[in-house]
Design a binder for this molecule. Structure first.
Ligand code: URA
Length: 407
């Protein structure tokens, strides 16, 4: 039976919901083996899935675990998801910004696997910050301050988790239908009413081309419509890192700078876009009107106040946020113009410095990371500092040319 299902997909036939359920739920129960699921996932990668197969798979993922009930909050719950990028600390900026406009944000976030930490790792780098909240604590905090970010309390879409771990080691992560059902199952199981999804495209992202990003966007919206959840997407560039800081504590510091109104550039621009889409959905107003409100609350300090209130509520001590690491500088080896900063290679360097984890149980060094000191287009002189590396490993090595292009 399992072999028939695999060969049906390998021969480009459409599968029924029952067949998908048999193979995927069998995998969750351990009856279908890793090697069988690997072959099946590769067949999906090569032969794609129809819309009805994608809806069915999303449903199977959702029903594999708990579904969060956030109906105790008497307002529209808007969630945001990113397909993952280098230096992406937008959640730390957007969540308090949106909550400061009375649109509640209750987010279950994850730890990172791969080159950099996830939102939970970034928050945990703040001394004292608690990420494991009970359901009662989540409810109380949501009612009192309208902003909660916690690690998963419930087992949301456990089948997606198991399949994703296998995709990660079988070169099947970049299948668009698999990505779409993976993302939407978690967001729907997480209790969101409306969802904003940031689709990253470029060398530092899972999705490498604009065409794939557009297909993913239309699939996410279609799945949303099927579940009566409004979805809006943003397609954003990930050929270059977002902002200047990469690494957990360093990213919290940069997020604070944005909330204090001290920065401009791609990080601020993307944060404003995502926040205004969330506020537009949450309040039922136009994105232009939402953008005016979002900018106002960034300028008048209300977003920063909400962030500080939230950190304090979850026992974090922001005043103790300091980097304890050795600093090494990457200096330019010639004169010229800075043409490119490679997101993927800078991410690999940050992992090597200690900012990411290769396996689930590896410990992250929250102090490790990189601060980029120059902008694309800057005139560079030999000896100029291009980036500072923060690490607790001695004399780290790096290949300048793979990160900075100067000509
Ligand atoms: N993010 C997810 O949650 N799932 C994917 O498959 C890819 C990105």
């Amino acid at each position: 039976m399992i072999l028939d299902i695999i060969s049906k997909k390998a021969n480009k036939y459409e599968l029924t919901k029952e067949e998908l359920e048999t193979i995927f739920m069998g995998y969750l129960k351990g009856e279908v083996k890793d090697y069988q699921m690997s072959a099946f996932l590769m067949a999906i990668c090569i032969n794609d899935m129809s819309d009805s197969e994608i809806f069915a798979l999303t449903d199977i993922f959702i029903r594999s675990g708990d579904v969060l009930d956030l109906s105790f909050i008497d307002a529209i719950k808007v969630d945001k998801h990113s397909t993952g990028g280098v230096g992406d600390k937008t959640t730390l900026i957007i969540a308090p910004l949106v909550a400061s406009l009375n649109v509640p944000v209750i987010k279950m976030s994850g730890r990172g696997l791969g080159y950099t930490g996830g939102t939970i790792d970034k928050l945990e780098s703040i001394p004292g910050f608690t990420v494991d909240l009970t359901e009662e604590e989540i409810k109380k905090q949501a009612k009192e301050i309208g902003l909660v970010i916690t690690s998963q309390t419930k087992d949301l879409a456990p089948l997606d988790k198991k399949v994703y771990a296998l995709r990660d080691v079988t070169a099947t992560t970049n299948s668009i239908p698999l990505i779409a059902s993976s993302i939407m199952s978690k967001k729907i199981a997480g209790g969101a009413d409306k969802i904003v999804i940031d689709i990253k495209v470029g060398n530092g992202a899972l999705i490498k081309t604009k065409e794939e990003a557009e297909r993913l966007s239309s699939l996410l919206i279609k799945i949303g419509t099927y579940y009566q959840k409004e979805v809006r997407t943003v397609i954003s560039d990930m050929n270059r890192p977002l902002g200047h800081n990469i690494g957990n504590k360093l990213e919290v510091m940069e997020a604070l700078d944005v909330l204090k109104g001290n920065t401009k550039g791609n990080l601020l621009d993307l944060s404003l876009t995502l926040a205004s889409k969330m506020v537009s959905l949450g309040k039922g107003i136009s994105e232009d009107k939402a953008m005016v409100e979002v900018k106002e609350n960034l300028q008048n300090g209300k977003a920063l106040d909400k962030f500080l209130e939230f950190v304090k509520y979850q026992h974090g001590n922001i005043d103790e946020l300091e980097i304890n690491a050795k600093v090494y500088n990457i200096k330019a080896n010639k004169n010229g113009t800075l043409k490119d900063i490679n997101a993927l290679n800078i991410a690999k360097l940050s992992e090597y410095l200690g900012a990411g984890r290769k396996s689930k149980d590896e410990k992250i060094d929250y102090n490790a990371g990189i601060v980029i000191k120059k902008e694309i287009g800057d005139e560079i002189k030999e000896g100029d500092i291009l980036a500072s590396l923060y690490t607790n490993i001695d004399n780290p090595t790096f290949n300048l040319e793979r990160i900075f292009e100067i000509s």
